[in-house]
Design a protein around this ligand. Structure first.
Ligand SMILES: *Cc1c(COP(=O)(O)O)cnc(C)c1O
Length: 399
């Protein structure tokens, strides 16, 4: 059987919202004046600068409110990667303790700075995960020592959507610190995938540091924040004019910061609606896949479980080369990813799938579909019209 015949008009179906979301028009509109009308440097003394500073201050307050924190705990950065680097390297180098605990399934933005510290002599414990990608609090407790300076566990996984028990970990760390009469270890969580469907209340999560970016929240790329609890000390990584309370020098990305704050507010406001809509379309998608495609299996937590992001479907198409499938799907207008978008080009397979015990053969056969607030059942119908035939064709050729 040949590949399915392409339709006359290709429908564009974007299913890679874990890599990037389109900027919401409401957010874009709020950002635009800061490119030209109010372009002043927030450090300047004349009114155009003062206006820009006011906008940054208001954004800081808005972000703090969403996180249930104080404005002076918010450090604006150039995105998720800078936030995680500031948290990890900043904390590790500021204190005389040399042990870090993290997990096998973190994003490269966490694993790479930790690897660099490891090369510089730090001891690192990588917590294993179960088949669903979850760490166990008991494993974390066993790994803690008086030398542990930082624990870094992601809130939700970008590849398979696993939600980690952050509040439970936070509580365990609070108890440990109390028992040992110490402020350490600090607890950092990479929350870059969490903001649309999970709550970001730093008090309820018991985190000391939290990394967030705009580009996964229908906001702009290249902007993020690090929440840093009062009293937590770290070394700045970018030195200069002393902006962001000295934690991150460089002229503020005013439009981006305003966009990030608006994105966080909008995500908060729309959260219920988002969850209801996206989980319904996601369930519809997974049912259709099971019905129409042979030899597939779900990777990660149960599809409708509480520990899976509601927009994530990661599927192994047994016997299919995932990258080939992505390229074929693209020809039909369907956009999705294998593993992490940021790890393409590596041929060792996904470290996340390996950590979950997925067979070597299958790590190269897994595709991540991540839905968004505009994804419709019509989009899914279109995908399910073409995907099974393409998969069948590729499965045939793999034998
Ligand atoms: C996207 C992402 C990052 C990196 O964010 P950037 O804004 O691209 O630097 C870090 N961690 C997770 C979990 C992500 O999904």
């Amino acid at each position: 059987m040949p590949l399915p015949k392409k339709p006359k008009t290709i429908r564009r179906v974007y299913l890679d919202h874990a890599a990037a979301t389109p900027v919401d028009p409401k957010i874009k509109k709020v950002m635009l004046p800061f490119f030209d009308t109010t372009f002043g440097n927030p450090s300047a003394l004349y009114s155009a600068g003062v206006q820009a500073k006011k906008a940054v201050d208001a954004a800081r307050k808005d972000c703090a409110n969403i996180l249930h924190a104080q404005p002076d705990t918010i450090v604006f950065t150039s995105g998720g990667t800078e936030s995680t680097n500031l948290a990890i390297t900043g904390v590790a180098t500021a204190h005389k303790k040399n042990h870090i605990i993290t997990t096998d399934v973190e994003h490269a933005a966490v694993l790479e700075p930790i690897k660099k510290l490891e090369q510089a002599g730090y001891k690192v414990t990588y917590l294993p995960v179960d088949k669903a990608g979850r760490v166990r609090v008991a494993d974390l407790k066993k790994a803690l020592t008086k030398k542990t300076v930082l624990v870094s566990v992601m809130y939700a996984n970008n590849e398979i959507g696993t939600i980690q028990p952050i509040a439970d970990i936070g509580r365990a760390l609070l108890r440990w610190r109390k028992q040992h009469n110490t402020a350490f270890p600090y607890f950092h969580s990479d929350a870059c995938q969490a903001g649309l469907s999970l709550r970001l209340d730093v008090e309820k999560l018991h985190v000391d540091l939290l990394s967030i970016n705009g580009s996964k929240l229908y906001g702009p790329k290249g902007v993020g924040l690090l929440y840093k609890r009062r009293g937590v000390t770290l070394d700045p990584q970018i030195l200069g004019g002393g902006q962001e309370m000295g934690y991150r020098s460089g002229t503020e990305n005013v439009a981006g910061i305003v966009g990030l704050a608006t994105a966080m507010q909008l995500a908060h406001k729309e959260q219920k609606k988002y969850i209801k809509h996206v989980s319904s379309v996601r369930n519809y998608f997974w049912r259709a896949l099971q019905k129409h495609v042979q030899h597939i299996s779900l990777v990660g937590p149960d599809i409708a479980g509480d520990d899976r992001l509601i927009n994530n479907v990661n599927v192994t198409f047994h016997g299919v080369d995932a990258e080939a499938l992505i390229i074929y799907l693209d020809a039909y207008g369907i956009m999705c990813a294998s593993g992490a978008a940021c790890a393409t080009g590596h041929d060792t397979g996904s470290h996340v799938l390996r950590a979950c015990g997925v067979d070597n053969d299958d790590t190269a056969s897994s595709i991540r579909f991540t839905l968004g607030k505009h994804t419709t059942k019509k989009d899914i119908d279109y995908v399910v019209k073409y995907l099974p035939g393409i998969v069948q064709e590729l499965q045939k050729h793999s034998n």
